[in-house]
Design a protein around this ligand. Structure first.
Ligand SMILES: Cc1cc2nc3c(=O)[nH]c(=O)nc-3n(C[C@H](O)[C@H](O)[C@H](O)COP(=O)(O)O)c2cc1C
Length: 203
């Protein structure tokens, strides 16, 4: 077998490092994160695919927020969290893909991205940030900590409540991905969670 090409991040441009990370770590789930600006109450909604489960007990999720493309400080989601906002991590259903895309544009902080993208918001139970009404799953969270990673920041969030769409769980309490049709990312493109198969019995 021919040896693989060895590429070191320090020898590459940032764009190529990003291409290898985004193309190589696949599929990536998308956290559609809602927050509120504590001073003004303006809701904010934005997608993040540097996203994973960090632990079960306590239930922790991690989302990494990179610097703004224009170099102009924190993205609104991070600014809201630094100012004391809680958050909701919503799953993106396939049907709301175009709206999710609109919320990824860097809108000014005073723009309500739910309204801007035509996404219905509804109240959360335990946190101030609204949730996406038509998300199959929405997780109400509080900020546990912010971990600086060079220019980026890892947001560690603790789940307080799961909102599960009726009919989404099977009799054993497992999420039915054929019904969730969550959007994920593969490189710069998208996929859905319907292409699944079992290799053995799952919990
Ligand atoms: C599918 C998708 C995934 C994204 N993932 C990330 C991510 O993990 N981290 C990040 O900083 N930006 C990510 N972005 C870009 C942000 O969504 C974008 O910068 C957005 O404008 C931030 O919004 P805000 O300023 O309201 O927080 C992603 C965009 C898309 C479309």
């Amino acid at each position: 077998m021919t040896a693989p090409t060895v590429l070191r991040p320090g020898d590459l441009g940032l764009d190529q490092v990003r291409r290898l990370l985004l193309g190589g770590v696949v599929p990536r789930p998308i956290a559609w994160v809602s927050t509120t600006a504590p001073a003004t109450g303006v809701p904010n909604l934005a997608p993040f695919s540097y996203f994973s489960v960090l632990s079960t007990e306590p239930p922790m999720l991690g989302v990494t927020i990179e610097p703004r493309d224009d170099g102009g400080g924190d993205k609104d989601t991070l600014a809201n969290l630094r100012a004391g906002s809680d958050l909701v991590i919503n799953t993106v259903p396939e049907a709301l893909g175009p709206q999710m895309w609109i919320t990824s544009h860097e809108h000014p902080a005073d723009v309500d991205e739910f309204t801007e993208a035509g996404v219905a918001a509804t109240g959360s139970c335990l946190v101030r940030a609204p949730r996406v009404r038509d998300a199959p799953l929405a997780m109400e969270c509080v900020l546990d900590r912010l971990v600086p990673l060079g220019g980026a920041v890892l947001v560690v969030a603790r789940v307080l409540a799961f909102h599960v769409r009726p009919g989404l769980l099977d009799p054993r309490g497992r999420i039915r991905h054929d019904r969730m049709t969550a959007l994920g990312r593969i490189g710069g493109e998208f996929l859905t969670t319907t292409d699944s198969f079992a290799l053995g019995e799952t919990a």
